[in-house]
Ligand binder design. Sequence first.
Ligand SMILES: Cc1ncc(COP(=O)(O)O)c(C=O)c1O
Length: 419
Amino acid sequence: MPSTNGTVAPTSSWGTIPSSDVSRRTFNPIREVLSRPVQPLATVKSSNDPISLSIGDPTVFGNFKAHPVVVDAIEAAVRSYSFNGYPPSVGVPAAREAIAKKYSHPDALLTANDVIMASGCSGAVEMAIGVLCSEGQNILLPRPGFCLYNTIAASRNIEARLYNLLADKSWEIDIAHMESLINKDTAAILINNPSNPCGSNYTKAHLKAILAVCERHKIPLISDEIYADMVFGAQVFTPTATLTATVPVLTVGGLAKQWLVPGWRLGWILVNDRNHAFEHVRQGLFALSTLINGPCAIAQAALPSIFENIPDSYLPDLNKQLETHARILETELSKAPGLEVITPQGAMYIMVKLNIEAFEDIADDADFCHKLKWEENVEILPGECFAYPGTVRLVITPPKDKLHLAAERIAAFCQRHHK
Ligand SMILES: Cc1ncc(COP(=O)(O)O)c(C=O)c1O
């Protein structure tokens, strides 16, 4: 019989089997916020069609489709019958080779041995944190930041120390604050560039300032570059590892965003280590890769052909479309009272600061999102999901007409609740 908290009461002498400590410590705020039932409010419930700008999945509306080259590559991999067996745990050799070739840089050379395949970039982040940090140590993470980092740290009993990003400096890291969080138990620093949720893209000078902190304290860096090369206008993306000859860097990436196939669950780790500081870490990554015997072999097998055959125009075209989408939301939302839009420079998101004082009856970001969903049927994520209250995050990938409509509804909502 379902109990009041949604669980089922035990009906036999088995009682209830406890779940593990690790599982109880594992909590993903985005999933939690999205599965919260919308509590009825006194105001009129919207009869609008729903528009969701909440999940960072570019495939949801069907307007961003994987390129035919990507589809052909996986079809060929399936039809070859060569990838139905277990791949080596660290990855299919041709896939590791293709990634090394694509991401190798004169200032950060890579070979296939420096590439470890993972189950999505999520799996890569989990392995990177897992190989560098032990229970009881701490890791420095961005605030606002992608919540999976905190989820992984908490589940492994690793303390997450959150360094501040500065909204009025295009979300650059407050370097002094970051450095002040370091102590003898700090095992790694993690950065995310371009950023989810901020849509920011760091300059070379800023990345060098971050690397200097790592150098001073001899702390390795994890650089989450799942949005690598996804930048707008005159912005230039720089892979962090290309800016240092000394700091050991684990760069994590994947196919999900740029190639518009998050469901393929393919990610990777690039081991950037010119001074052999990561000898044990490499062995550790090999060991961790055996936990799942590597990600899907078919998706890996498609990689070489994707990288080789994708037209040069693919990425610039994708970025142009994303930028057009971002500017629609930025322009429209900037007109709404009580909102301050921070111009995105890349990735797939836009962060908006709420001037809570300017609203009559909105308590905080969670309340804003809840009332917006009830009254306008637009779903966006509150800053609480990114440890940054007072903001909301919108995904820019829905079709342009949906973005206009969503922005119109948000503006009407703000007008209605504004003092
Ligand atoms: C910053 C960041 N890192 C990692 C991931 C995980 O990517 P994947 O879907 O490949 O697991 C995401 C997904 O949204 C992300 O935004």
